[in-house]
Ligand binder design. Structure first.
Ligand code: MN
Length: 292
């Protein structure tokens, strides 16, 4: 048996004071539509992260030395979805106000609503970029306004600008909502297939402080099959990393926090969970190398 620690990357526990990053597992699953299992996302990613190489050959360093604190999972009260969102907000606020880069580990996409609410309290001018196969702009889905399919709409209703890219599944009603709302912008996947989409997307994104919400179904199902609602025509590893590099390295942009959501591991360890763990470590690396 391999001795797996319950810290992200298997690193020794880091005191919060010494950590720039705080990783918050949120095993929230209440409204998944197709493949279930997002509640197992955080534990599967943390397990897989034990096998991620700590040294990053691109950055020439071990980015974990910036300090990554793995927090205890958020306690969720399943009696009320609204209450669950506010529990996430309350827990996240504790770390956002200490200016930690908070990493939300989903769980289904609804968790982003609680996380963004926490950020808006402390950084009212924050903007949200969501990379997602779906626009998540429904007013209601399967009888609830707190469905994963409504999360971007709920976030936009908080008054913060929402930019969404990679979308390749959207309803007529959501399209009407987009056309009527100026603080929501979508770059569709079909508009990103030709040429340098990373450039195009960066031109759309104004300067400012951002919260990045990464739904793993942004990626192509060939490299990310373990997700609730997989959609063909997604994005591959290097093009995604190239975009993140351009975005995070921009001098006029700061990333205050991010989440990785919607992993539904069909087994405890899958290549998808390893990919998600490596993606999180890459984003940590990009943010911490930029800060130095
Ligand atoms: Mn999605």
């Amino acid at each position: 048996m391999v001795d797996i620690q319950h810290n992200f990357l298997g690193i020794p526990d880091t005191p919060l004071k010494k950590a720039d990053f705080a990783l918050l597992p949120i095993p929230f699953e209440a409204t998944t539509s197709c493949l279930t299992g997002t509640k197992n996302g955080p534990s599967s990613i943390i397990y897989a992260s034990n096998y991620v190489e700590l040294y990053d050959e691109e950055f020439g360093c071990e980015p974990y030395t910036c300090g990554i604190k793995t927090l205890l999972p958020v306690k969720l009260n399943y009696k009320s979805l609204k209450r669950m969102v506010s529990d996430i907000e309350k827990t996240a606020s504790l770390y956002v106000k200490q200016q930690k880069v908070l990493i939300g580990l989903g769980g289904e996409h609804t968790v982003s609503l609680g996380l963004v609410k926490a950020y808006m309290k402390h950084l009212p001018d924050i903007k949200v970029l969501t990379l997602d196969a779906h626009s998540d702009m429904r007013d209601e889905y399967q009888g609830t306004a707190f469905s994963h399919a409504c999360v971007a709409r709920r976030i936009s209703e908080l008054g913060c600008p929402v930019f969404s890219a990679g979308v390749r599944s959207i309803s007529k009603n959501e399209t009407d909502f987009l056309n009527e709302n100026k603080n929501v912008k979508v770059l569709f996947a079909h508009q990103m297939q030709k040429g340098k989409w990373a450039d195009t997307l960066n031109k759309i994104l104004p300067s400012g402080t951002y919260y990045l919400s990464f739904d793993v179904d942004f990626l192509d199902p060939s490299i990310m099959p373990d997700t609730g609602t997989p959609e063909p025509g997604g994005f591959l590893w290097y093009e995604t990393i190239d975009f993140l590099k351009m975005f995070i390295n921009r001098k006029d942009i700061t990333i205050a926090g991010f989440d990785v959501v919607e992993l539904s591991p069909q087994k405890f360890f899958t290549p998808s969970s390893f990919l998600a763990a490596k993606l999180i470590y890459k984003i940590i690396g990009l943010i911490s190398v930029k800060q130095q």
